[in-house]
Design a binder for this molecule. Structure first.
Ligand code: FE2
Ligand code: FE2
Length: 190
């Protein structure tokens, strides 16, 4: 799905839904980090409106997602809480190579993979969560993050060409699959 080389372990969704409050806290932080990452990437291309504009819109949309998930977290009596350690994102960041625009392209491609994995998992949550309200929320976010995957791949193509971006994405997708396979299943989105 969405260029992922490995499906999530089917056991993940049961583990994730075993503590919905903690899952929502982790999810809220994921959306907040998505907004911050979009803004951080655009700082590297301030003179490229074709990148700055969509990244700004993305940050705005991810902030809306953050607000939405935070509201659900608080509805269940939980505060946002401290930002949990995210071994998945940390391992992916270590795959970034190169300098300057090449490095930025890697960050966009890694963004595309995180969006794809999130999207895959939101669909699993939408299908398995018995709380209708949360199931609807995750169903909506599945669509949104799938579109973000496509957006990141397109933006990466603006830095050095579509073909080169696709080739690099092939390599990073293999890395992502190996990272997912090596991580324990947790009450967390990743
Ligand atoms: Fe999002
Ligand atoms: Fe996203």
């Amino acid at each position: 799905m969405l260029g992922l080389r490995r499906e999530s372990d089917p056991a993940w969704v049961g583990i994730a839904l075993s503590d919905v409050g903690r899952l929502l806290q982790d999810h809220a932080h994921c959306e907040k980090k998505a907004a911050a990452t979009a803004l951080s990437i655009l700082l590297g291309v301030p003179d490229r409106p074709e990148l700055v504009r969509p990244l700004t819109e993305l940050a705005q949309e991810e902030t809306r997602h953050f607000f939405q998930v935070l509201a659900e977290t608080e509805r269940r009596g939980f505060a946002l809480g401290r930002c949990p350690v995210d071994p998945y994102a940390r391992a992916l960041q270590l795959c970034v190579r190169g300098e300057g625009l090449e490095r930025l392209r890697d960050r966009l491609l890694i963004g595309s993979l995180i969006e794809a994995r999130s999207s895959e998992r939101f669909l699993l949550l939408a299908r398995h969560c018995e709380d209708e309200r949360l199931s609807r929320m995750w169903g909506g976010l599945f669509d949104a993050e799938a579109e973000h995957h496509t957006l990141f791949v397109r933006l990466a193509g603006l830095l050095g060409g579509t073909r080169a971006a696709r080739d690099r994405l092939d390599v990073l997708a293999e890395d992502e699959a190996a990272i997912v396979a090596g991580l324990p299943l947790r009450v967390a989105i990743h």
